[in-house]
Design a protein around this ligand. Structure first.
Ligand code: PEP
Ligand code: MN
Length: 259
């Protein structure tokens, strides 16, 4: 498999990668505090979004360039490589100065001009599966990025919409072996957006390790109750630490290389 490098970290080389951080960068104190406990818990990459694609235009929309500066500061302090969602091709130039990797969110999986634009950048890209997309549509979306010359695409299963309403979405874990059999792209799993409920995140994160994913992306917040977005699905620092430790034990048992 083609491993993808983000700073000193590699995804898809037989190791298991943990990406952690809050849904959104809210302010300096919140993000630096998150970065510190994410690092301490042994996670490998720091996440935090500054442009928020909210369902309602009246919800918190993100901290934009100010947030990017906090991401950069957190990376300098902790040494963790970083990932941030990009919403618009016009934001790429500004954003790439501050972060190591782009994320294309579920709602933009078929935003073809945006896919082509990140395809022209030299940053690795996490491509989330669309809310109602088949695996085939998802793979074609990845091709849009690759066709512009950027082969550093990591797929992220984050749940799809089904008739089930007990969870925010339904995590399609079968995507992991299907993707493994169809492509050599790494695949990570985001159980946070899949289930949308804090107590369901850890079991599915562990299931993702067992299914053979190359990593997980977990939302965590210094104080989930006060989070400006996705607090109900964010782990608190202790929960995150326990999950990281459990994931590492499981990954070790299953023969992943630990980083
Ligand atoms: C996110 O990662 O914060 C996010 C908005 O995810 P998704 O695009 O999967 O909904
Ligand atoms: Mn979120």
């Amino acid at each position: 498999m083609a491993a993808i490098k983000i700073g000193d970290i590699k995804i898809g080389d037989g190791s298991f990668v943990i990406i952690g951080g809050p849904c959104a960068v809210e302010n300096r104190e919140q993000f630096l505090s998150a970065a510190r406990f994410v690092k301490e818990a042994g996670a490998n990459i720091l996440r935090g979004n500054v442009y928020k694609p909210r369902t309602s235009p009246y919800s918190f929309q993100g901290t934009s360039e100010m947030g990017l500066k906090y991401i950069y500061e957190a990376k300098m302090e902790t040494g963790l490589p970083t990932v941030c969602e990009i919403l618009d091709a016009n934001l790429i130039e500004k954003t790439e100065k501050y972060v190591d990797m782009f994320q294309i969110g579920a709602r933009n999986m078929q935003n073809f001009p945006l896919l082509r634009a990140v395809g022209q950048s030299n940053k690795p890209v996490i491509l989330k599966r669309g809310l109602c997309s088949t695996i085939d549509e998802w793979l074609n979306a990845a091709e849009y990025i690759k066709s512009e010359g950027n082969n550093n695409v990591i797929l992220c299963e984050r749940g799809i919409r089904t008739y089930e309403t007990s969870t925010r979405n339904t995590l399609d874990l079968s995507a992991v072996p299907v993707i493994k059999s169809k492509t050599d792209m790494p695949i990570i799993v985001d159980p946070s957006h899949a289930v949308g409920v804090r107590e369901y995140v850890a079991p599915l994160a562990k299931a993702a390790v067992a299914a053979g994913a190359d990593g997980v992306m977990i939302e965590t917040h210094p104080n989930p109750e006060s989070a400006l977005s996705d607090g109900h699905q964010s782990l608190n620092p202790d929960e995150f630490k326990t999950l990281c430790s459990d994931i590492k034990k499981l990954a070790n048992f299953l023969g992943f290389e630990l980083i």
